[in-house]
Design a protein around this ligand. Structure first.
Ligand SMILES: [Fe+2]
Length: 353
């Protein structure tokens, strides 16, 4: 039965390159008898011009040829095509197996070559090609599945975010903006892409627990009573409880639980201090404070970017992580950071004198 290059049952295409015409034809005939679609080229340049017009699975090339040696040809083929190369050499001692494989050849045979061994080696290369392409196919399907899962997860996070904002329209866009600034700080700090992504996810739903707070308290324009304030403070634990069973690849529930903790232990719910607070929660805290002060709230208009920066500076190293504050100040003052969505600041950031 003829060997096949792929599931389309196309016979495998093999190009035999040899400057000695007779040898080339003998090898071609031998491979054709095995069912391969086989052509000849009399040298490296002819081989390259054939490759430019037709797709070959395997090139079998001699090494010593006048116009271009088989080693250079192999390098050129491997840098531009998916084709595998088998090198035939009458100078077995001139090249070690490692040297020939290191230039990208799939195999090599020492001349004189027996027809049956040549066919067997070419078939082995074809088998390897087939399993390689099956592996690549499986990998690309897996990547597609991961991408689908990621999109579904983003959709769910987005839906949770919308659910919070439907009940609390005064803070519409707040979570999105906090996520944006937290992400920008994390990128500027050099955190890895996955950590940044997880932090942005946490930012988008960091006030999820507010769905447990009565709407009239969330929308209350005046001062809150102590009891009302306690109910609002409970949103961090409520958010944690809602999310804690979901196995996100990032500690989203814990970041949310800790986003009102403060460096000096004055925050809530646990009064954690310093390094006991997750680095992502320390970033989220700074982004949250900045956005909250610089934006309109139910009970007051925006206090402006200057006020927000002043609060961060006053609390730097006390309530807020000093490095995170430093990066945030630099982003807003020196790099002109502004939120990209639904945000009208009361003032414009101006660099310090
Ligand atoms: Fe919050």
């Amino acid at each position: 039965m003829a060997p096949t290059a792929d599931k389309d049952a196309r016979p495998p295409a093999v190009l035999v390159v040899d400057d000695e015409k007779e040898i080339g034809q003998i090898l071609r005939d031998a491979l054709q008898r095995e069912g391969f679609d086989c052509d000849n080229a009399a040298g490296g340049f002819e081989a390259l011009s054939r490759l430019a017009k037709k797709s070959y699975d395997v090139v079998v090339t001699d090494i010593k040829m006048p116009d271009m040696d088989g080693i250079s040809l192999c390098r050129k083929i491997r840098s531009s095509y998916e084709t595998d190369v088998m090198v035939l050499t009458g100078f077995g001692l001139d090249f070690t197996y490692e040297q020939i494989i290191s230039i990208g050849a799939a195999d090599f045979l020492v001349k004189p070559v027996s027809n049956s061994e040549l066919a067997a080696r070419v078939k082995r290369i074809l088998n390897e090609r087939r399993s390689r392409s099956e592996r690549l196919q499986a990998l690309s399907e897996l990547k597609e599945q991961v991408e689908k899962f990621r999109r579904a997860m983003e959709g769910i996070v987005q839906a949770m975010s919308v659910a919070v904002e439907m009940r609390d329209p005064y803070t519409a866009g707040h979570q999105e903006r906090v996520a944006e600034l937290a992400g920008a700080i994390a990128v500027a700090q050099g955190l890895d892409q996955e950590t940044v992504y997880g932090l942005e996810m946490a930012g988008r739903i960091h006030d999820l627990g507010k769905i447990t707070v009565p709407a009239e308290i969330l929308a209350k324009p005046g001062r809150l009573s102590n009891l009302e304030y306690e109910l609002i403070k409970n949103h961090v634990r409520a958010g944690y409880d809602i999310l804690k069973k979901i196995e996100f690849p990032w500690p989203i529930a814990r970041i949310i639980l800790q986003h009102h903790e403060r460096l000096d232990g004055s925050g809530y719910p646990a009064g954690l201090a310093g390094e006991a607070i997750l680095p992502q929660a320390r970033i989220l805290a700074v982004a949250d404070v900045f956005e909250t002060i610089a934006s309109h709230r139910p009970y007051r208009p925006s206090l402006g970017v200057h006020k927000a920066l002043a609060e961060l500076e006053a609390g730097r190293g006390v309530r807020y992580d000093p490095d995170v504050v430093g990066v945030c100040l630099e982003l807003v003052r020196d790099k002109g950071f502004v939120f990209s969505r639904n945000w009208v600041p009361a003032d414009k950031p101006v660099p310090p004198p």
